[in-house]
Every structure is written in structure tokens, then in C-alpha cells.
Design a protein around this ligand. Structure first.
Ligand SMILES: NC(=O)c1ccc[n+]([C@@H]2O[C@H](COP(=O)([O-])OP(=O)(O)OC[C@H]3O[C@@H](n4cnc5c(N)ncnc54)[C@H](O)[C@@H]3O)[C@@H](O)[C@H]2O)c1
Length: 258
């Protein structure tokens, strides 16, 4: 399919890992898909090298892309990045909140600073993006916000404590925002990926036995690809999901069905 996002502008956080020939992240894969569907794409990240390269490659392949350095924990930087986008592309229709980090620590091991950083990137970052983008979406008559949560929002584990909590915050914030902005034609949904092969999972899955342990718990018996998650993000971003808001789309190979 082509042109599902014709004349739209997608603003993407954590989108630097979209370099051709390298392992892509979810937002990087979405950037290419959205561009192929007719959307201009604004790739933002703290990783300026890969972010710029991804935007350059999309432009070279005939798309419309812009890289903006954005640390999602800074309200000032959010305001500047949104202004820069509107100056360059004329508005914003779609926001993909995908920036994230993980820390493999239990509740006793996690420091106060690690907890605060985790919450700042996931929960506060998603909040700030939503807060400042809705005014621009209203000017366009509506929009779609897709927040990348995780299956970790729906169960606990003895490790990753702060990550589970931060992803849970995104899950419930999404529903509050969906209710508040429904009258403006702005849909807000969350995607809950299962274990996905991206740059994010290289380190945790290189711990001996970690990958095998995950795979044994996935009914489909394999990890997701970034494209498989990005396809779900694209669905929610597009008008195909015109009556979908406040929803949680689980994409996990059957993990949570058990
Ligand atoms: N890979 C998985 O198994 C998996 C599963 C469930 C959820 N997720 C979530 O998907 C999202 C994308 O992860 P991914 O797997 O595509 O990996 P990824 O490494 O491609 O994406 C994470 C990106 O976030 C950026 N980032 C980190 N801190 C930032 C900050 N303060 N401001 C802006 N950008 C920042 C990183 O530079 C990186 O480019 C994350 O929110 C992650 O928690 C991933």
C-alpha cells in the first residue's frame, strides 16, 4: 500500500536507528514506512550521528525528512523542536513517542537517579510531547499520537523494575489524553511491543541464556522485527484507525495470551 499518510507530517522521537543496512529500531523503521506512505518525517533523537544519517538517506531516496536533536526530557527543547518543524514543514499531524532506555535492576538496586531518569524519558517525555503538539494538531483539524509502551506495562518481573513502572505510566497517560483530546479529533493510542530485535535489545539479550529464556516464553517462538511493530504504529497513525482511540495494541507473538 502507498499514500496512507499522504501530505501528513510525522514527528518521531527516538528515531535515530533508521540507517539502511544497519539493525533498525521501531521508530527508525516507522520513519521509512511513513515516508513511503507519503508523510514528511521529522526524526528526533539525542543520537545526532545516526539521526542525521537516517534523515539524509530518506531525503536521498526521494522522501522528505528533517533531523532535529531532541532530548525528550526537556520542555524547552520540545517547544523549540515543534516550532522548527512547523517552520519547516508547516504543521504536525502525527506524533510517535518512542524514545526509551532500559535498566536491568530490581527495586533495591535501582538508584533514585536511575528511577528519575527512567520516568523522565518515558513518562515525562510522552507527556511533554503530547502537551505541546496538540495545539499544532488542532490547527490541522486533528491528529494521531502513538505512544510506544511495552508488554512490560501489563506484567511485573523481578528485574527492570523502573522500566515496568515507566511503561505503565505511558499506558495510563495514553487513556487520559485520549479522553481529553477526542473532541479535537486527536486520537491517542499505545502500542505494546513484545521482545523485538532492535539496537535496544542487543545488550540484554547478549547475557548468556537471556535470549533463550525469552524465546521459550513466546508462543510464536521468535522475536518481532522492528518492521512488524512499526506496521502497527503505522496503522494507528493512519486514518485506517479513524475510530480507534485510548486503545492498547499488543504486538507480542502471543506472549500475553498465556
Ligand atoms: N526492542 C524491544 O524489545 C522493545 C519492547 C517493548 C518496547 N520497546 C520500546 O520501544 C521503544 C523504541 O525502542 P527500540 O527497541 O526501537 O530501540 P532504539 O534503540 O532504536 O530506540 C530508542 C531510541 O531512544 C533514544 N533515546 C534515549 N534516550 C533519549 C532521550 N532522552 N531523548 C531522546 N531520545 C532518546 C535512543 O538514542 C534510541 O535511538 C522504546 O521506548 C522501548 O522501550 C522496545
Amino acid at each position: 500500500m502507498v499514500n496512507r499518510l499522504n501530505n501528513k507530517v510525522s514527528f518521531i522521537t527516538g528515531g535515530a536507528n533508521g540507517v539502511k543496512g544497519e539493525l533498525m529500531g521501531i521508530a527508525g523503521a516507522y520513519a521509512w514506512m511513513a515516508s513511503n506512505e507519503g508523510s514528511a518525517v521529522v526524526i528526533t533523537d539525542i543520537d545526532t550521528v545516526s539521526g542525521k544519517l537516517t534523515a539524509d538517506q530518506i531525503n536521498e531516496s526521494g522522501g522528505k525528512a528533517l533531523f532535529i536533536e531532541l532530548d525528550v526530557t526537556s520542555e524547552t527543547k520540545w517547544k523549540n523542536a515543534i516550532k522548527q518543524t512547523v517552520d519547516y514543514f508547516g504543521g504536525i499531524d502525527i506524533l510517535i513517542n518512542s524514545a526509551g532506555i532500559h535498566i536491568l535492576k530490581d527495586a533495591e538496586e535501582t538508584t533514585e537517579q536511575e528511577w528519575d531518569t527512567m520516568m523522565a524519558i518515558h513518562a515525562k517525555g510522552t507527556f511533554l510531547g503530547t502537551k505541546h503538539v496538540v495545539a499544532e494538531m488542532r490547527k490541522r483539524g486533528g491528529g494521531s499520537i502513538v505512544n510506544i509502551s511495552s508488554i512490560c506495562a501489563m506484567f511485573g518481573s523481578p528485574t527492570n523494575t523502573a522500566y515496568h513502572a515507566a511503561k505503565g505510566a505511558i499506558r495510563s497517560f495514553t487513556k487520559s489524553a485520549a479522553i481529553q483530546f477526542a473532541k479535537d479529533g486527536i486520537r491517542v493510542n499505545s502500542v505494546h511491543p513484545g521482545y523485538t530485535e532492535t539496537p535496544f535489545t542487543i545488550a540484554p539479550f547478549s547475557v548468556p541464556g537471556a535470549l533463550e529464556s525469552r524465546l521459550s516464553k513466546i508462543p510464536m517462538g521468535r522475536l518481532a522485527s522492528a518492521d512488524e511493530i512499526a506496521n502497527s504504529v503505522l496503522y494507528l497513525a493512519s486514518d485506517d484507525a479513524s475510530y480507534v482511540t485510548g486503545a492498547e495494541l499488543v504486538v507480542d507473538g502471543g506472549f500475553l495470551a498465556q
